[in-house]
Design a protein around this ligand. Structure first.
Ligand SMILES: [Zn+2]
Length: 266
């Protein structure tokens, strides 16, 4: 078993590769009670790969990844690795925003809670097939870096939840592309993230696109890699136009640029 990095930190993503002399089947990973789905790498019969997401609020410490599989001879293969999770280096920012977002009225609180619950239910579902095929890309043309991932926010003096995605400050109206192939599972306006699209890429991997000015995708539809989902805007809770891009891997909120680094290369 090989890990893309010997150490990890909050909000990071690891690629786990399992190589064997003979083809493996029934590969299952367990990471603290959460399953880690594996897929067979194209044209590499003896290699299985899995993505291990380290949630941005996972307590630092040492955790065991356990993988079991069957080999062609019917034998059971078991291997494990200890993975050290370090604290992430995240900035703390103090922000003044419109009062209605810090002190939402009871109706807005109810709406935001319902939407959070719906998103949680979406991210809990694991589509057993890998829907992506090929490299992951940054959703904006010609952009490779963003900011604010994991930032701890203090809104009008009140600590808020950590910023779970990457922000790309680009002019409103910039086309937003699907990072990879998948199925649109949400395409609508939400209280905090404004016009939002969520794509299921299979195997518990989801990308999230927020604050769009318009949506050109429909929930339930399959989507190809690179297809335009909408345009950037400033809908929802924002201080200016930007794309908020998020990645959830088996319920762990991770830095989306890491999937481009791991699965975006040749
Ligand atoms: Zn954001």
């Amino acid at each position: 078993m090989r890990l893309s990095s010997p150490v990890s930190s909050q909000g990071s993503l690891l690629l786990v590769e399992l190589k064997s002399a003979r083809a493996l089947t029934e590969v299952k990973g367990d990471w603290g009670g959460r399953s880690v789905p594996f897929w067979q790498e194209d044209g590499r019969e003896a290699t299985q790969a899995g993505l291990l997401g380290i949630d941005l609020e996972k307590a630092p410490g040492s955790y065991e990844l356990k993988v079991t599989a069957q080999n062609a001879a019917g034998g059971k293969v078991v291997c494990s690795a200890k993975i050290a999770v370090r604290a992430g280096k995240f900035a703390t920012e103090r922000l003044q925003v419109g009062k209605q977002f810090v002190e939402p009225n009871p109706e807005q609180i109810k709406r935001a809670d319902e939407e959070r619950q719906r998103l949680r239910e979406i991210f809990d579902r694991v589509t057993p097939e890998r829907l992506w095929n090929g490299k992951f890309r940054v959703p904006l043309d010609g952009v490779s870096a963003g900011g604010n991932f994991g930032r701890r926010r203090i809104l009008n003096g009140q600590p808020g939840s950590p910023h779970s995605g990457m922000d790309f400050p680009v002019p409103a109206g910039t086309p937003v592309h699907a990072a990879q192939r998948g199925r649109v599972v949400l395409a609508e306006e939400l209280f905090f993230s404004g016009n939002t699209v969520v794509i299921d890429h299979g195997l518990g991997t989801y990308t999230f696109y927020g604050h769009l000015s318009s949506i050109r995708a429909k929930a339930g539809d399959p989507i190809e890699a690179g297809a335009v989902l909408g345009e950037t805007g400033a809908t929802g809770r924002v201080t200016g136009p930007h794309l908020h891009w998020g990645l959830t891997v088996n319920r762990a909120r991770v830095n989306p640029l890491e999937i481009v680094a791991l699965l975006g290369k040749d």
